[in-house]
Design a protein around this ligand. Sequence first.
Ligand code: URA
Length: 238
Amino acid sequence: MEEMRLQKYLAHCGVASRRAAEQMIRDGRVSVNGKPVTEMGIKVKPGDAVTVDGTPAEPEKRKYYILLNKPAGVLSSVKDDRGRECVVDLIKGIDARLYPVGRLDYDTTGLLLLTNDGDFMQKVTHPSFEIWKTYRAVVKGVPDESDVKKFAEGVFLDDGKTLPAVLDVTGYQGNNAIAEVCIREGRNRQVRRMLEKIGHPVIRLMRIGFGSLELGDMKEGQWRHVSPEEIRKLTEER
Ligand code: URA
């Protein structure tokens, strides 16, 4: 929350309209840090304790769930020491501290969730959650039936064998293939490493699905709110 005038703060907290809040202040019902305030226009800053008739007035703790089409060249983090653009910089006008749910590589595009709901975050990023994540990859060469079988059995990587995964060639680009890959884990660079291991390194990678959520035709950099119904469906499915 930025610094704001007391009457605006009270309205922001849902206590009253701005005009009604002004009347509350005039009537001596509002205190800031224990001191009654009757003058108009004083500013409150984060950390100030505001009460109305002795009851704390706090901003509504709305939970946000945002679905972003992450562009390439943007970090899946909140802040970068080297000043590179981060996914939270792309979400404007939300008065909450958002965190990305898991991560996509710097060069990967597509579906990334952001939220301020710590319980939701913990649930969906826990290894036991094993929700299906779907990627569209352009890969070098064309995987064949034996590659599809390797994915179905799990691929041996440096950090151990993966869970069974799905590889499906859906199209071609010259000598290369377009493939859909579904995995249920979230290891670091997992899709890239699995495809590299079977001899078809990734040229481009985009996440198009996260459980029941789909990227659809959103453009890179666009975002939308995810409805409570969509969130309920996501957390109940497996
Ligand atoms: N797997 C990868 O290799 N990269 C991603 O960004 C996501 C999954």
